[in-house]
Design a protein around this ligand. Structure first.
Ligand code: UDP
Length: 240
C-alpha cells in the first residue's frame, strides 16, 4: 500500500513546513572521534551521519600506491538500522556507486601531490537516513578532511535539489524523493565549481538552470555551517 500524500506542497509550504528554497535544520560537530585523524558528525533533518578520516598513511596493499600522489579511498556505509526496512549489512551496488561519486566530489580540492605513495581513507557511516545521505556524507567528510589537517584548495559543500509537485525545491526529504518528479544531488567548491552532479527523474532546461541556482544557494548556507563548525573547534587553539 502506498503512503503517497495527495500533495507534497500546499500554499507554498512543504509537509515539514519548509518553503521550497529552505534547507532542513543542520547540526555539525567537528572532532567527535578520538582515534581518527579527523572526524565530523552531521545532522540534516532526519539524516544523521559520521565521517572519519585517516591519513595520509602508508598504502596497504603496497602495489596500490602511486609514485606522484596520494590515493583517496572513500567508503560510504548505511547502518542496517538507519532505514525503515532493515538494510542488509555490507556493501551493495548503491553504496559502491555513492562511495565512487563522493570520492570524486572531494578529490579535486585535495592537494594530492603533497603525499606521494600514501593514502587518505574516508569512512562515512549513515546512522539515520531520510534522503540526501550522500550529500551529508560529502559535507561531513569535507570537514573531517580539514580537521585531519589535509591541505585542500577549499571545502566542498553539497545539497540536493529537485522537483516536487511541479516546483523546484531544495533538500528533498525521503517522501519528496519517493513521490517527487526529480532529485539532483550536487556538490561544489566555494567558488561554484561543480564536483558532483547526478540526476534521477526529469527537468526541463529552464528547470535545470533554476535548480542549479538553488543548489548554489543551499551549498553557500552549508558552507557557512561547515566553516563555523571548524572555527568553533579551532578558535583559541594556537599553532605553537
Ligand atoms: N533508502 C532506504 N533503503 C535503502 C536505500 C535508501 O530506505 O536501502 C532511503 C534512505 O532514506 C535514503 C533515501 O532512500 O536516504 C534516498 O536514497 P538515494 O539512493 O536516493 O540516496 P541519498 O538521497 O540518500 O543520497
Amino acid at each position: 500500500m502506498s503512503d503517497k500524500p495527495n500533495k507534497l506542497i500546499e500554499k507554498g509550504k512543504r509537509l515539514d513546513g519548509r518553503k521550497v528554497d529552505e534547507l532542513r535544520p543542520i547540526k555539525m560537530e567537528v572532532g567527535v572521534l578520538k582515534r581518527a585523524d579527523g572526524s565530523c558528525y552531521m545532522e540534516l533533518g532526519g539524516n544523521k551521519a559520521i565521517a572519519a578520516v585517516y591519513g595520509p598513511r602508508a598504502v596497504h596493499p603496497r602495489h596500490l600506491q602511486e609514485a606522484t600522489q596520494v590515493i583517496i579511498r572513500y567508503r560510504y556505509d548505511m547502518a542496517s538500522f538507519s532505514v525503515k526496512e532493515r538494510k542488509r549489512p555490507g556493501p551493495d551496488r548503491r553504496s559502491i556507486e555513492i562511495s565512487k561519486v563522493s570520492r570524486e566530489a572531494l578529490a579535486p580540492v585535495i592537494l594530492k601531490e603533497y603525499f606521494p605513495r600514501s593514502v587518505i581513507d574516508i569512512f562515512v557511516e549513515i546512522l539515520q537516513a531520510d534522503a540526501g545521505t550522500r550529500t551529508v556524507g560529502i559535507n561531513a567528510s569535507s570537514v573531517a578532511l580539514a580537521d585531519a589537517g589535509i591541505p585542500m584548495r577549499g571545502i566542498v559543500s553539497s545539497c540536493a535539489v529537485g522537483k516536487v509537485d511541479g516546483e523546484i525545491v531544495l533538500d528533498l526529504t525521503g517522501q519528496e524523493d519517493n513521490y517527487g518528479e526529480a532529485d539532483m544531488p550536487i556538490a561544489m567548491t566555494q567558488d561554484g565549481k561543480i564536483t558532483l552532479l547526478q540526476m534521477d527523474g526529469h527537468l526541463t532546461k529552464e528547470e535545470f538552470a533554476q535548480a542549479i541556482e538553488l543548489a548554489k544557494k543551499g551549498c553557500k548556507q552549508i558552507y557557512e555551517v561547515q566553516r563555523s563548525a571548524l572555527i568553533s573547534k579551532y578558535e583559541g587553539v594556537s599553532n605553537v
